[in-house]
Design a protein around this ligand. Structure first.
Ligand SMILES: C[S@@+](CC[C@H](N)C(=O)[O-])C[C@H]1O[C@@H](n2cnc3c(N)ncnc32)[C@H](O)[C@@H]1O
Length: 223
């Protein structure tokens, strides 16, 4: 991939499957013990912003939507509540998918969401035969992959190829990141996808500087 030297993120345990397996095993236990469905990355208000944008910009409720690295499935469940019908969530952590399935079972609107254990870096026929998705969502997953201590650059490159293979021509990819800027995301994906819109996020002021902690960018697959 065409990245400048030194442009990778410092690695972290957040980039390892062991971390996510342990995290979701704990969340699953919490769900059994006290009904807590677990963490929503980047906050509930961020999730609402994404759903609001999708409600305004995706006209058909039958649009095929895939959430990559869906975790507990909360984003898809909010979309189900808003009437979206063709929803699929994938995550490489079996405990995350078990949690998502169990939470969905307690929710009236979420019974038809398909949750699958899939590593997006090794997308196999089970998912590819279901392509093409009209909308692909990522909230925090590309960030996690970018932090992998083992070959993050190559994995990011594989991730970009997977997104492109799973997305229909003209389909949209909505990525939310706290580690990459809008310019960096645009550059990473520019072989396959073009920037279409930015979903505004609240700005924070710190030490006299104004900035955004989270970027949500909409990219469209070249036809
Ligand atoms: C920061 S969490 C975000 C979870 C969820 N999207 C949210 O917003 O609450 C990153 C998620 O990506 C998943 N993940 C990381 N690498 C993955 C991969 N190669 N394939 C599928 N899922 C992956 C993790 O298991 C975890 O659920």
């Amino acid at each position: 991939m065409d990245t400048e030297e030194g442009s990778e993120l410092p690695s972290s345990k957040l980039g390892t499957k062991e971390h996510w397996d342990a995290t979701y095993a704990e969340e699953l236990k919490n769900f059994h013990e006290n009904g807590d469905s677990g963490e929503i990355w980047f906050s509930l208000s961020c999730q609402h912003r994404l759903v609001d944008w999708l409600k305004k910009n995706v006209s058909s409720k039958e649009t095929k939507i895939l959430d990559i690295g869906c975790g507990n499935g909360a984003l898809l469940m909010e979309l189900a509540e808003d009437g979206f019908e063709e929803l699929t969530g994938i995550d490489y952590s079996p405990a995350a998918i078990e949690l998502a399935k169990q939470v969905a079972d307690t929710d009236l609107h979420s019974h038809n969401i398909q949750f699958l254990v899939v590593d997006v870096l090794h997308v196999d026929d089970s998912l590819l035969h279901q392509t093409n998705f009209d909308v692909i969502l990522d909230k925090g997953t590309y960030d996690a992959i970018s932090l992998d201590p083992l070959g993050a650059e190559e994995k990011r490159s594989r991730y970009i190829r997977s997104v492109s293979a799973l997305l229909a021509n003209g389909g949209i990819f909505l990525i939310t990141s706290c580690n990459w800027t809008r310019e960096e995301l645009t550059k990473h994906f520019d072989q396959m996808l073009s920037p279409e819109a930015v979903i505004p996020a609240p700005t924070l002021q710190f030490g006299g500087k104004t900035g955004q902690t989270v970027t949500s960018l909409v990219l469209q697959k070249h036809s």
